[in-house]
Design a protein around this ligand. Structure first.
Ligand code: ZN
Length: 437
């Protein structure tokens, strides 16, 4: 593996604030956020309905009395009051950026940002890049489609913000992207974990050696993969680079970032966001270290802020000090799963990331798809697997069945998928399909 630079910061003073000062800064930020929200129709109505007033919230402790906000609510608001809903703090004239979500789980959500919001996005990406040791010396390749998706534009603008030379990989085939990465001696590649594996596979077929390329660092989000041990290891081996995770959402921001301590836990950006972890069922806060759903409030996105937004992401928070020196809390294993994508297989609760971890340990597997069938009230899994050596599929099948049995204690069905038939994902992978019986 190529060497990683020394531990670096985007804003050392802020990233190493003691937690008492950090809490005070968050309380101050919350007061400003509430003032902004009081002028937004959607939130005024929400507070009215809950019989609350903005002045009654004095700090982080009071926040737990405030109703949550969900993506479904924001989408419904935009449908009821098109096109943007009563979600904006300022007249439209003041906004300079408009993006939308992919809408895979419903209507796309439109998100608007002012110049000030964009500056905050750049700062958040500053933490992501500097956390991964990326600097002005670097050449950053963004392997995205650059559609209406906010993360693609913030990733490339963020790279420029820290002074790096940023290359857009939009509108290109995988081969064109690989050649651009190699020809330009790019040192950093930003993409989803799935796409990093796909590029590695494509490189092998083309006879291109990524391990001897200049790529030293890969940065991933969009899926939990980069914090899933075997996915991370496989990306690192294929690229000869160090793989960094981060997390974000269009309607929230880039809210978590990895660091060079590579502790297996990624930092929460508590400077631009307030985080709570709740029990998805009861909505009550859970103790540090207990797995729960992450709830986020935005402190530095005044154009279209969110309050107690339920991300649906399951996390385990820790405030233990990190070897990198940052005092910001971390989440162990990154995003562990989604509150709504848990599978229940013969009494075993299972998240897709556990399946990903298991399958990615087997180097012969190139791509896979999971069909979930409901049989007698229980979920049953059929795995369709594509391998690099189709003729020796029986060995792979045996290994998969044995791994499921020994590691997860469940029985699954395995089927061979013909070479090149499973979709290759550039954006968020959608490998799970529910099938009606
Ligand atoms: Zn750290």
């Amino acid at each position: 593996m190529k060497s990683v630079k020394q531990i670096d910061f985007y804003d050392r003073e802020m990233e190493t604030l003691d937690r008492v000062q950090l809490r005070a800064a968050q309380n101050e930020g919350l007061r400003r956020l509430l003032q902004t929200l009081a002028a937004i129709g959607f939130y005024r109505e929400k507070f009215d309905e809950a019989g609350m007033d903005f002045e009654s919230i004095h700090g982080l402790e009071d926040l737990k009395r405030v109703p949550f906000t969900t993506k479904a609510e924001l989408a419904a608001e935009q449908q009821a009051h098109p096109p943007y809903g009563r979600l904006l703090s300022y007249p439209l004239l003041r906004y300079t950026y408009l993006h939308q979500t992919s809408g895979t789980t419903g209507q796309p959500l439109k998100c608007l940002d002012t110049r000030e919001d964009w500056e905050a996005w750049m700062r958040c990406w500053g933490y992501v890049y500097r956390g991964a040791g990326v600097s002005a010396d670097d050449m950053v390749f963004c392997a995205f489609s650059f559609g209406p998706y906010l993360s693609h534009w913030t990733a490339i603008d963020g790279a420029r913000h820290i002074g790096a030379l940023a290359l857009s990989g939009g509108g290109l085939s995988s081969e064109q992207r690989l050649r651009m990465i190699i020809d330009n001696c790019c040192t950093v590649v930003v993409c989803t974990p799935t796409y990093a594996l796909h590029l590695a596979d494509a490189a092998e077929r083309l006879g291109l050696d990524l391990r001897s390329s200049a790529v030293r660092t890969t940065i991933h989000a969009g899926e939990p993969g980069a914090s899933v041990e075997n996915v991370k290891r496989r990306i690192e081996q294929a690229w000869g680079a160090t793989c960094f995770d981060h997390a974000g959402a269009t309607e929230v921001g880039a809210w978590a970032f990895d660091c060079q301590a590579q502790s297996g836990a990624i930092h929460l950006n508590e400077l631009d966001f307030i985080f709570e972890v709740i029990d998805s069922e009861t909505g009550e806060r859970v103790d540090e270290g207990t797995r729960g759903e992450l709830v986020v409030s935005t402190l530095s996105r005044p154009g279209m802020p969110v309050l107690r937004y339920r991300t649906g992401d399951l996390v385990e928070l820790t405030t233990e000090p990190c070897a990198c020196g940052r005092t910001l809390a971390r989440i162990r294993g990154g995003i562990l799963g989604r509150a709504d994508d848990m599978l229940i297989l013969r009494g075993v609760n299972l998240y897709p990331s556990a399946i990903d971890n298991l399958l990615r340990a087997l180097p012969a597997i190139i791509e896979y798809e999971v069909e979930i069938r409901r049989i007698a009230g229980l979920d049953d899994l059929l795995l369709k697997i594509e391998t690099n050596e189709p003729e020796s599929f029986a060995n792979v099948k045996d290994a998969v069945l044995a791994a499921f049995r020994s590691q997860l204690n469940i029985r699954v069905s395995v089927e061979q998928a013909a070479e090149g038939t499973l979709p290759r994902y550039e954006f968020k992978a959608r490998r799970y399909k529910r099938v009606a019986q």
